[in-house]
Design a protein around this ligand. Structure first.
Ligand SMILES: [Mn+2]
Length: 381
């Protein structure tokens, strides 16, 4: 039996505050690569492991219709089973009441589905994103001892294929969650880590939430127990080194065989170090990029920052030693990393509303604004 696994689409995502980029066209182009694949190759099941959308609300205008039409286009090839993630709009489940008639199953509750896929009986256990806060008592805090363990126990108690009918050929888990040991940070937000031992009870686990494609192996046996497709578009520079794609998983009595297909329409992210002023070489290096650039400026002023933002691929400028070293600009993420205060940022954005303003005039205004602000700060201290 062959399963296509995709997830973390994040449709509707608009990334980078200073220079907002609507990522939907890129995501749609990547997702269309899945349809191209399906027009060539046969699969028995398509799993969507959560986070169809990015902003917890219906997609704007045509995008919502596009999503449903896309799901129906997928279901022409095989039944589609999707689970809701932490970013999803809950209404997606009932957006089209006839979705199940078209073989699209979108699930927002813990449950089980039994499907007959071309003669193979498959039992699918579905666990949507599970938030640790759901097990909190009114007097508890998320950080208090034992809350995550309690949450884990709640998941463990139910997360088993034991209620699958005895003659099912395969028992599969579809979930949007973090497998133990993969958390982004120590605390991992509200995520409830799923123990690997829970995954091992299934023939295979189709996973979402972690934006890096990988297979999960059982520690003791080394058997591949599941996989993460890792999303579609790289949504931020933290994902620069990660991989995204869709998996083709062949399940047989011998065990799973997994093949990752990466997206060719995905835009790359690049970090470019800029020592000082924007030289023709720097400009050329940045303009060569067909994706998005984060410029890390070692030394410079607001004018240099603005000049970098003027280059189309640049979406983030990080200033290492800023002229505005005010506390309000600090993000606390790193010692030497200082961002512009909101005032300077706001003034830069304000000037962007005057496209008729000549570049040298704009630069002069930015320079003056910076110096006034600096003087004001000196007077204050
Ligand atoms: Mn997620």
């Amino acid at each position: 039996m062959r399963v296509l696994v995709t997830g973390d689409w994040h449709l509707g995502a608009v990334t980078w505050r200073r220079k907002p980029q609507d990522r939907t066209p890129e995501i749609q182009a990547c997702l269309n690569e899945i349809l191209d694949f399906l027009s060539q190759e046969r699969v028995d099941l398509i799993a969507v492991t959560g986070d169809f959308t990015h902003y917890w609300v219906p997609l704007e205008g045509e995008k919502q219709r596009w999503l449903m039409d896309y799901l129906y286009a997928l279901s022409e090839h095989a039944p589609v089973v999707g689970v809701l993630g932490n970013h999803d709009w809950r209404g997606l489940v009932s957006f089209d009441k006839f979705a199940r008639k078209k073989d699209v199953y979108i699930v927002d509750k813990f449950g089980q589905l039994e499907l007959n896929l071309n003669g193979t009986k498959v039992c699918i256990v579905i666990l949507p994103y599970f938030d640790a806060r759901k097990v909190l008592q009114p007097y508890q805090k998320l950080t208090s001892n034992g809350v995550k363990d309690t949450a884990k126990q709640v998941v463990l108690n139910d997360l088993s294929p034991r209620s699958c009918s005895w003659d099912a050929n395969y028992r599969i888990l579809i979930t949007h969650g973090v497998v133990e040991g993969l958390a982004y940070s120590e605390l991992g937000g509200n995520d409830v880590p799923i123990p690997k031992s829970a995954l091992s009870q299934f023939d295979f686990a189709l996973l979402g939430h972690i934006h890096n494609a990988q297979v999960i192996k059982d520690d003791s046996t080394g058997r591949i127990v599941g996989c993460y497709p890792g999303g579609v578009a790289k949504l931020d520079f933290g994902e620069m080194g990660s991989t995204q794609g869709f998996w083709i998983v062949d399940l047989s009595p011998k065990g799973p065989d997994c093949k990752l297909i990466q997206f060719s329409s995905q835009k790359p992210l690049k970090r470019v170090e800029v020592a000082g002023p924007v030289t023709p070489e720097v400009r050329e290096e940045i303009m060569r990029t067909n994706g998005y650039v984060k410029a890390v400026l070692k030394e410079g002023d607001l004018v240099t920052v603005q000049k970098l933002y003027d280059l189309e691929p640049v979406v983030v400028v990080e200033l290492k030693s800023a002229v505005s070293s005010g506390n309000e600009g600090s993000t606390g993420e790193g010692e030497s990393k200082v961002r512009f205060s909101s005032l300077e940022e706001a003034y830069g954005l304000y000037l962007n509303h005057y496209p008729e303003l000549a570049e040298d005039k704009r630069d002069e205004l930015l320079r003056r604004f910076s110096s006034y602000l600096r003087k004001a700060k000196e007077n204050k201290s």
